[in-house]
Structures are given as C-alpha cells and as structure tokens.
Design a protein around this ligand. Structure first.
Ligand SMILES: [Zn+2]
Length: 490
C-alpha cells in the first residue's frame, strides 16, 4: 500500500489533514509541520485537503466535518476550546502548569473502527485485523491539542502538580451510535441466562471490537463503512477545573486551657466556640482555596482541651485540595502568623509550604518520639525531701498503661507498655502542697493517668511511687521531639 494511495482514499472519504497524518502514523512533533512530514513519506501535500463540499452561494470551498475526528483537530474547534477554557475560572488559579483530561464521546471511537473496516476493504491484507491502523485519538490529543493549548494559555504541561482541566465533549449522534452498538453487542456477545449485561464503555470497544473479532459483514449491517460525513462537529458539554493539592506546615503553641483540638460537638451542639483546627484553617486555608471545609488538618499528636502546648510548639500540616494559590511568600506567611496570634489562644510559627512526601514526618514514627511535659500536681500534705527523692528518677522506667476510661469511647481497650525516660520533681515555692513534675515520656503515654494511676490501671504511677494520692492541677507540653518543619528565622 503506497502512502499516496492511502491519503488519496482518506481524502475521498473527507478525512482532515491531521487525521491523514494519524493514518500515516506520524509521531511526536511531526504533527507540527505537516508539509515536511508529507514530503518525508512521499505524499503530495495539499493545504485544502479534505474539502469536498462547495457552498452554493459564493462557490468557495467549505470544509466538511472530518468523519474520523468530527473536527476535534480543526482550527475552529481549537479556537472554541481556548475561548471556553478562558471563560472559566482559570484566571483565579495562580498555577504555572496544567493537565488536560478530555472525555470524548463513544461515537468517535466507533468512527475509527468504521474507517478501519473501510481500509481493509480498500487495501486488503496490507491492513492488520488486530492492530489499529491509526495513531489513537487519545495519543493524538496529547501530540496535537495539548501543546497548542499550553502554548496559547502560556502554561506548561505538568502532570504532577498542574491544574487539571477536564473537558467533556459530546455529539448529537452519540445516542444513536450507542443504540447501534448495543444491537451489535447483543449479537457478538449474547447474554447467557442470568448473566449481567456488560455496560457499553470505551474499554469494551477497545477489548472486544476489532476486525479480527467481529466480521466486516456483521459490522456493516449496523454501521456505515466508511463513516459518513457528519453535518455537525463535537460540542462542549462542560469544562471543569481542579487545582493541585498544596501542603502548608508550621508549628503551633496552644496558650489556652479552654480550647479543643478539633471542633467539639456534643449531641449536635458545640461545647466550645472555637478549636485549634478552625483558628489555623481560617487564617491559612482561606488564602489558598475557596472551600476551607475540604481542608485536612493534621498534627503530630494532640493535647487535651485543658493542656497547653508551649516551647517550640507542635508540628502541623494542612492538606489543601483544589488550591488557587500554589506559592506563599514570606511576608504573607508572617501576616498569617500575626493574625493567628490575635486569637490569643493559639500562636503559630514557621508557616511554610511543604511537599506531599514531607507528610511522612507527621504520620510516621509517632510511637518512638519523646515528649516533654510539665505538670503542676497537688498532694494532701506539704512536700518533703523524701517525697522529691522518690520522684527523682533520671534513669527512667517502664509502665503498663490500660486505655484510660475517658477515651474508651474512641480507642480500643489495650494494655500498652510505655517508657518514661525521666522524672523530676520540685516544690512550688508559693504553695508547698504543690509539686512541679518534669516528665519525659514516649509519645502516646497518657500523662494524667501516669500521675494519678487511675485506680491501678497505670502501673507504676507517680501516685504508687509516692505511696499517696496525687492529682494534676495543670499540664503543659514543653517539647515535641520532631525537628520539622524547618525553623524559619525572621
Ligand atoms: Zn480529522
């Protein structure tokens, strides 16, 4: 089969120049300079190729709608596509890269199939029965449309972090095409009794419909071969945009003893007005996206409502989907920190953007980390030197801790071994019945229970070491053993 004969026949069928190139198996940027490629494969180049109708009034050539791509690759379509993309909210996204996902109607696939049968009729054994004779539409979209769209929109193609532009296309003959395909499917794949009917899909066509599997006679009974020239091209159903996910990390200090970690709701009513998650979210997430409710707040552990977190603070990260902004300058970051400080409940530092892979810092190794606490505790009498000595355990010790009763509604009942790395006690100068405990423990240790013992559910406990009851009045987290995110010096 000579290339020239192939192109002559395609032209006869009304096939556009780009599709002619597809059937000549052009690759990569060979679509960018059509004339050069035609000459390379010894085919006469004709600019107006595929124009077979004449407008009656001005006798000028009028291009028909290409029967194999339904004008997917035409200049008009591309211009309309660019106009439609520009009229979306794309301008709101501060994103250098895009990814294009195009959903094409099934009728386009059927038309490729029909042309395949036509080429077999025309060129016989020169055309394979099980390998498609053209560069697929999906591949051609990548090679032809994507570079043009990116160039016109002045964006790069970025499959990992780009703004996802999903374009749904339709055609007026789609329904009719599917009805015919169902008819054919009933003959080719008759349903056995009780068997579920396989839904018509693109993959079904790709898997089961080739000239090797379905005879030409049968196909022609139901479909036109070659595909007829259509009066209408493709239509845009919808264009939707999805920004990339971005990740913003920092460290928070919890200054209030009346603040929950996440919104605290009991029987449909809020127990507390605010939470750490909400304060941080509304000051950071609003800048990045239009729907802060979809933002996921993660931190390296958490405190109880009445526990403060001081020192360098606790690392956290926000996962923000469909982000409008993909960068954050230091001025803006410091402004966010100042705004959070104004809450007087939480203070945040080191706000910065991080990569998805950095999330492992928050998620992994939690159990092996050390945490430093300071607890103000009350005993029934004045503290003595002997008591302080009993609680001076720099070398540390092991405990067995049952899940505290207060968290049993959300955690399973287990007895866990935990390490207390060190314990040190001092007397409060203002009130000698108060002891200050500095405790370094393995992450995941329940400190309140470690102190009072919870009726022997934590063994040993500070109470059992002391040989008398002791209760926590106030607790602070002093340090979290996680050197992330990196500190930002101002
Ligand atoms: Zn075409």
């Amino acid at each position: 089969m000579k290339n020239q004969d192939l192109v002559d026949y395609l032209k006869e069928c009304g096939v556009c120049l780009f599709c002619q190139l597809r059937y000549l198996k052009a690759r990569g940027n060979e679509y960018q300079n059509k004339q050069e490629y035609f000459e390379k494969v010894n085919v006469l180049y004709e600019e107006d190729s595929g124009c077979i109708e004449y407008a009656p009034t001005n006798k000028k050539k009028r291009r028909n709608v290409c029967p194999t791509c339904l004008d997917l690759f035409s200049d008009d379509f591309r211009d309309q596509l660019l106009l439609s993309i520009s009229s979306t909210d794309i301008g709101k996204y501060d994103c250098d890269g895009i990814v294009i996902a195009m959903s094409i109607p099934i009728i386009l696939q059927l038309r490729q199939l029909s042309m395949w049968y036509a080429l077999i009729d025309k060129f016989g054994d020169n055309v394979s029965l099980d390998r498609t004779p053209d560069v697929s539409l999906k591949e051609a979209i990548k090679l032809i449309l994507n570079p043009t769209i990116c160039e016109k929109l002045k964006k790069s193609y970025d499959i990992n972090n780009g703004l996802m532009v999903t374009i749904n296309l339709s055609h007026s003959q789609e329904e009719e095409g599917i009805t015919r395909l169902e008819k054919l499917n009933n003959i080719v794949n008759p349903r056995k009794r009780g068997e579920k009917y396989e839904k018509i899909s693109r993959s079904l066509i790709e898997r089961k419909y080739t000239p090797a599997r379905v005879s030409s006679e049968l196909f022609k009974e139901i479909f036109d071969v070659p595909p007829l020239i259509s009066n209408e091209g493709l239509k845009f159903d919808s264009i939707s945009l999805l920004g990339p996910s971005v990740y913003v990390a920092g460290r928070y200090r919890k200054i209030s003893r009346k603040l929950s970690h996440t919104p605290w709701v009991l029987n449909g009513e809020r127990v507390m007005d605010d939470s750490i998650e909400e304060i941080i979210n509304r000051n950071i997430a609003n800048y990045f996206c239009s729907d802060p409710k979809k933002v996921n707040f993660m931190s390296s552990g958490r405190e109880d409502v009445d526990v403060r977190c001081l020192g360098a603070g606790r690392p956290f990260v926000l996962e923000i989907p469909n982000a409008l902004q993909s960068s954050l300058n230091s001025e803006k970051a410091r402004q966010m920190e100042d705004n959070i400080d104004k809450s007087q409940k939480v203070s945040v530092r080191d706000i910065q953007m991080v990569k998805r892979e950095d999330l492992s810092h928050i998620k992994m190794g939690e159990e092996h980390k050390r945490k430093c606490y300071r607890a103000l505790c009350q005993i029934g009498s004045v503290a003595t030197i002997d008591m302080l000595r009993k609680l001076d355990l720099q070398q540390g010790f092991e405990i067995q801790q049952k899940t505290p009763i207060r968290v049993l509604h959300r955690r399973p009942l287990h007895t866990r071994p935990r390490t207390v790395y060190s314990l040190k006690a001092s007397v409060c100068q203002q009130n000698k019945c108060l002891i200050i405990l500095d405790i370094v423990t393995q992450a995941g240790t329940y400190i309140k229970e470690l102190v009072h013992g919870e009726f022997g559910r934590t063994i040993p406990s500070v109470a059992s070491l002391l040989g008398q009851p002791i209760d926590i009045v106030a607790l602070d987290v002093m340090e979290i053993d996680l050197d992330w995110p990196p500190s930002i010096s101002v």
